[in-house]
Write a protein that binds this ligand. Structure first.
Ligand SMILES: N=C(N)NCCCC(=O)O
Ligand SMILES: [Zn+2]
Ligand SMILES: [Zn+2]
Length: 322
């Protein structure tokens, strides 16, 4: 979008019922309808990297369906994200379900192509394996990025069954590859049983700081967001959100649920506290609709993506006005 064009926004829900027609994210136009976008929402229906319950390949489309009720103005950030920037639905990346190495390459290439048009990515997973190729692509553009990772799990384990690319290992691979800024790595929402104490030692050696879900409960979202903002500074930031950071009461539809998680309110409030950060791209992963009820998980994921898109749109508009 050039500076004097008005972004094409969602279908008007006061004229076409919001439950009618095919689902794009937030009823936004498809990327091919607008040519180019400032923020591309892209699905990655891939879940061959999971260690437990499969089904996150259906996450992106479940999030799109659950996003039909989103409205154009976000009062929590005082912004109309789809008016400030062109946001469009870029469809899905067709990743090979039978060959993880090939899928990881395909995802990286597709991300390169979208980022190459100048768009920021709001990716809808898929399992957490997909964060690695997305980070590779983002780092090619921005250099090593700060990572804010919301999850019950560390995802810095080494291998499963000898496999390097799994949903429990993307961030160890990313650190090994030098694509993360190791001065600004944080996990939020961590809890639950580990394989051993060494998991925490290894994670700390890689440079990660941990905010557990109990820390969020005790200290509150505002204080946690302040601390994260200080750590991130003005570095290019990638936010990766595993929906299992939320308590199973708030996100039952996921593959590796752990008790004692964040509320969706806590997650959204922490994100809103980061609205001044330089968010270059983000993902929401691990929504597995087969275990969901009443779209609890996909609604939470659709709202999470909405606040992430709002952060990006505000920054795009601000940069344009300078
Ligand atoms: N990234 C997610 N959701 N889970 C990782 C769990 C790895 C394990 O089974 O130990
Ligand atoms: Zn997880
Ligand atoms: Zn994860």
């Amino acid at each position: 979008m050039t500076s004097n064009e008005t972004p094409r926004g969602p279908v008007d829900s006061s004229r076409t019922p919001r439950y009618a027609g095919p689902a794009t994210y937030a009823r936004l136009p498809r990327l091919d309808e607008v040519g180019s976008a400032d923020v591309a929402v892209v699905g990655v229906p891939f879940d061959a990297g999971v260690s437990y319950r499969p089904g996150a390949r259906f996450g992106g489309n479940a999030i799109r369906e659950a996003s039909r009720l989103l409205r154009p103005y976000n009062p929590a950030q005082d912004a109309s994200p789809f008016a400030l920037a062109q946001v469009a639905d870029a469809g899905d990346i067709a990743a090979n379900p039978f060959n993880i190495n090939e899928a990881v390459e395909t995802i990286e290439e597709a991300a390169d192509q979208l980022l190459g048009t100048g768009a920021r990515l709001m990716t809808l997973g898929g399992d957490h394996t997909i964060a690695l190729p997305l980070l590779r692509s983002v780092a090619k553009k921005h250099g090593p990025v700060a990572l804010l990772h919301f999850d019950a799990h560390l995802d810095t384990w080494d291998t499963y069954f000898g496999a390097e690319y799994t949903h429990g290992t993307p961030f160890r691979r990313a650190v090994e590859e030098g694509i993360l800024d190791t001065e600004a790595l944080s996990h939020v929402g961590i809890r639950g049983p580990l394989y051993g104490k060494q998991d925490l030692k290894d994670d700390e050696k890689m440079g990660f700081g941990i905010v557990t879900s109990a820390d969020v409960y005790r200290r509150g979202a505002d204080e946690v967001a302040d601390q994260l903002r200080q750590r991130i500074g003005d570095r290019p930031l990638y936010i990766s959100i595993d929906i299992d950071c939320l308590d199973p009461a708030h996100a039952p539809g996921t593959g590796t649920p752990e008790a004692g998680g964040l509320t969706s309110r806590e997650l959204l409030e922490i994100l809103r506290g980061l609205s001044s950060c330089n968010l270059v791209s983000a993902d929401v992963v691990e929504v597995a609709p087969a275990y969901d009820h009443a779209e609890i998980t996909s609604v939470a994921a659709s709202h999470t993506a909405y606040d992430l898109i709002t952060i990006m749109s505000r920054q795009i508009a601000e940069a344009r006005s300078k």
